[in-house]
Design a protein around this ligand. Structure first.
Ligand SMILES: NC(=O)c1ccc[n+]([C@@H]2O[C@H](COP(=O)([O-])OP(=O)(O)OC[C@H]3O[C@@H](n4cnc5c(N)ncnc54)[C@H](OP(=O)(O)O)[C@@H]3O)[C@@H](O)[C@H]2O)c1
Length: 288
């Protein structure tokens, strides 16, 4: 049995869709299982269970009988602790293979605090002896939708200067996750996942302008000013504003060139950013 943790989230949701589309029986975990049940096709081969990673007992109940776990967890200051709870419960329940959604620069001295947490979780997972597959994708195309209100006003604000940023569609991450869950030959490796082409923020602003038919101006702020903007205008909590700034500075210090891992695993090209924007034109042009 494959169990998906984070099944209501961007990547876990796409994985649930992929596996049920292939008629693969699976189990989906949520803290609000009723909401997930209401949003899921009743004919899909999925068992929906409630559990909270902050409560190890509920995790153990939810993971009973699972052989594989896909682990995605929302970013938060408690993320590493919650993921390690899930890993401990999986090990206790006899899970053999964990596919963990991680991030680039998952290293002990990473300049990104969340990535230091990912490294800690990866080490914890390695110590259990379960087979560990690590997915380290770059920025999600779907998160660009958070910029849609400002894009609709004609601006794209960031602090990446002209660094190339490599957006990947979460549906491709989910498709890679599905392959690693279904093909034992792909399990146990680390996959750095990129989209097919990197875009600087100014190139992205031009692309958005061309595709929406409205000019989009790129505004590049110094990191401290961008942090203040995220706090005061986007109303982010301080830890999240710091995370966004750290991620953008990482793109400056380590340019995100594309690789062909996604295409190699999937046997088809990765989804492109222009296609993603075309698919969501209404969101990028909605003014209310
Ligand atoms: N955003 C990016 O560009 C990017 C790039 C690279 C890597 N990543 C990594 O991707 C991960 C986030 O993936 P995502 O965006 O697909 O997730 P997401 O949309 O933020 O969803 C997160 C999931 O976490 C679950 N969750 C939160 N707290 C929980 C708890 N206490 N117990 C059980 N489940 C809990 C939620 O489930 P319920 O609410 O249903 O319980 C939800 O389904 C992070 O680790 C991040 O570092 C993100």
């Amino acid at each position: 049995m494959i169990t998906i943790m984070g099944a209501t989230g961007a990547t876990g949701g796409a994985l649930l869709h992929r596996l049920t589309g292939l008629d693969v029986p699976c189990r989906a975990i949520s803290r609000t299982p009723g909401t997930l049940r209401a949003a899921t096709d009743a004919r899909a081969p999925v068992e929906i269970v409630g559990a909270d990673a902050a409560d190890p007992r509920t995790l153990r109940d939810a993971l009973k009988g699972s052989t594989q776990l896909f682990l995605a967890m929302a970013n938060s200051p408690r993320q590493a602790e919650l993921e390690m709870n899930a890993i401990d419960a999986a090990a206790l329940c006899g899970v053999e293979h964990v596919v963990k959604l991680s991030a680039p620069a998952a290293e002990p001295a990473s300049p990104v605090a969340i990535s230091r947490g990912h490294w800690q979780v990866e080490e914890h997972l390695a110590a259990t002896g379960m087979t560990a597959t690590l997915l380290r994708p770059y920025a999600f195309m779907q998160k660009l939708l958070l910029n849609a209100p400002s894009v609709a006003q004609g601006v794209l604000i960031g602090a990446m200067r002209d660094a190339p940023c490599n957006y990947i569609d979460v549906r491709d991450i989910a498709d890679v996750a599905a392959e690693t869950l279904l093909d034992p030959g792909l399990a146990g490796a680390t996959y750095t996942l990129t989209g097919p082409q990197a875009f600087s923020h100014s190139a992205l602003a031009r692309l958005l302008g061309e595709l929406t038919g409205r000019p989009v101006r790129h505004i590049d702020l110094p990191p401290n000013d961008f942090h203040s903007h995220l706090l005061s205008t986007a109303h982010m909590p301080p830890w999240l504003a710091s995370h966004v700034v750290e991620i953008q500075q990482l793109a400056v210090s380590r340019p995100e060139f594309p690789n062909d891992t996604t295409e190699t695993v999937l046997g088809r090209p990765a989804r492109t950013l222009p296609d993603f924007i075309r698919e969501h034109l209404r969101v990028f042009t909605a003014t209310t």
